[in-house]
Ligand binder design. Structure first.
Ligand SMILES: Nc1nc2c(ncn2[C@@H]2O[C@H](COP(=O)(O)OP(=O)(O)OP(=O)(O)O)[C@@H](O)[C@H]2O)c(=O)[nH]1
Length: 310
């Protein structure tokens, strides 16, 4: 018996990179078809690599969502940049996102210049949010992306316009990404959408809820650690309850007040929103126990960073 006549199966990893807010998480969700990575109106919500998996008969594409690359100002900034570079080196293809409703800027140039240093790695340019721009603007944008490639010595394997919200060209992007993967077997079982541990998914959802509405006051000062998570013992099998004990860390006591709110009203709201999201994703009723703690200047302290998982 020979399997030469079987269609080839491809599998591998891709990651989306780009400045904050360019639509990386939304695109990951559009490709995977379920809410796995966390989207938000606020920049820099994606701190840790969360993967979504695209299952197709001919391929399995594993998407790694990285934080944005920044000129580092703190130790956390340096760690995040290291994480981004490690990811680039490990994946099969890197897709850089440039939103159509914004001009190419110094942040893009910095990122693409850094990415150009990773040689022999297929790079795709994605012009995101095409639904927010007219045809002329899109054409201008695509030319600017090509020019940026020339300036930085980056050879784009493809330049693809897409809209994650309307779904336009998302299928084409999936085909192009798959085409850059090596031949290989399925790496994850069917139906598995993310290999992010459930604790990480829960922590991200709590962080997202906690940041909602306090963008100006607390841009990037919140970290969440799930201390304990497990099914409550002694429950009937058809009525499970997942206990989650989580700490929400802020840097200063003034921030603690903002997160907790008047008589704890805001923290209760954050807890309710996060609990509903976690229940929806994990499919189990949840009891969420949430505490706010101060980890003084955690972004600058190596010991705190380690504790918070960076
Ligand atoms: N109109 C439109 N809006 C989009 C599209 N894709 C993303 N957005 C919006 O752009 C904002 C940022 O999207 P995200 O997917 O969170 O961006 P991101 O690049 O992952 O952001 P960070 O995690 O901060 O790096 C959100 O408000 C999205 O709803 C799109 O195709 N069209």
């Amino acid at each position: 018996m020979s399997d030469e006549t079987l269609p080839e199966h491809r599998s591998g990893f891709a990651c989306f990179v780009g400045r904050p807010n360019v639509g990386k998480s939304t695109l990951t969700n559009a490709l995977v078809g379920s809410k796995v990575a966390i989207t938000s109106d606020k920049p820099q919500t994606t701190r840790t690599a969360i993967r979504g998996i695209v299952h197709r008969p001919d391929a399995q594409l594993i998407l790694v969502d990285t934080p944005g690359l920044h000129r580092p100002r703190t130790l956390l900034g340096e760690r995040l940049n290291d994480l981004v570079r490690t990811t680039w080196a490990e994946v099969d293809v890197v897709a850089v996102c440039f939103p159509c409703d914004e001009k190419i800027g110094p942040g893009d140039r910095y990122l693409v210049t850094e990415l150009a240093k990773v040689r022999r790695k297929p790079k795709i340019a994605v012009a995101t949010k095409t639904d927010l721009a007219g045809p002329e603007r899109i054409t201008e944008h695509l030319l600017a992306i090509a020019e940026l490639g020339r300036e930085t010595g980056t050879e784009w394997a493809e330049i693809v316009p897409v809209s994650a919200t309307s779904g336009e060209q998302v299928g084409l992007l999936a085909d192009l990404l798959v085409g850059m993967l090596p031949e290989g077997p399925q790496l994850y079982p069917d139906g598995e959408l993310t290999d992010a541990p459930e604790e990480q998914v829960a922590a991200e959802l709590i962080r997202e809820a906690a940041l909602d509405g306090v963008r100006d006051e607390l841009p990037h000062s919140i970290a969440v650690v799930v201390e304990e998570m497990g099914l409550r013992e002694g429950r009937p099998e058809d009525k499970p309850l997942l206990d989650i004990h989580a700490n929400l860390y802020v840097e200063r006591s003034s921030q603690k007040g903002i997160v907790i709110g008047h008589k704890g009203a805001r923290l209760r709201e954050v807890g309710t929103v996060a609990r509903k999201q976690i229940e929806a994703i994990l499919g189990t009723p949840v009891y969420l126990d949430l505490h706010v703690k101060i980890a003084k200047d955690w972004q600058r302290d190596p010991r705190q960073l380690r504790k918070l998982g960076f």
